[in-house]
Design a protein around this ligand. Sequence first.
Ligand code: TYD
Length: 207
Amino acid sequence: MFITLEGPEGSGKTSQLPMLADYLREQGYDVLTTREPGGTIIGDQVRAVLTRLDNTTMQPRTEILLFLAARAQLVEEVIRPALAQGKIILSDRYADSTLAYQGYGHGVDLALLRLLLDFATGGLRPDLTLLLDVDPAVGLSRRRSSGGEWNRLDAYALEFHQRVRQGYLTMAQQEPTRWRVVDASQPPDVVQSALSQLVLNRLRCDV
Ligand code: TYD
């Protein structure tokens, strides 16, 4: 089963994901975690180009193609082989990040992005997507105060991050069988147990 975690900056995805993976392993599941952009040697090199603060001349189309290049590599090298072995894949971001950030955030045509995403992923879609929803004003200030990694992509204006959030919520509404929304402004342990329950429910329905 292919499960993705999505959300705006500072939604806590990156700290929740390993806890969720540990919990599922305790329940006896074989779990593999990945992160985007990156997750492979080639993908991590692409990630370094995307996040460098001094790459200020990066063009929007260049940015999209780099995200897609990292993802194409991740799908073929890691995700498809693990799915074939019956593993649960938990991915920190996936194709919906491109729709939320480049589509809803930067205004790139969504239909075109969907075509490009299908090309990059060979049409591989998640079975379940967990949206950690938080007001970006809260998320970004959390991120700064926690001293977390601050990169070129975080530096976009608050309005950009508001559009990203709304984009996520729109996608979740449009495809309610795949998406589950969790209020990520709650304390981390509350968010964690909500995520665990949602995944367990889904796994139990699947057998
Ligand atoms: P990262 O440091 O991993 O942020 P986070 O912890 O919030 O996931 O950086 C990833 C950044 O890249 C983040 O700002 C979202 C952005 N992004 C896109 O704009 N499009 C994409 O397709 C992906 C995968 C990420």
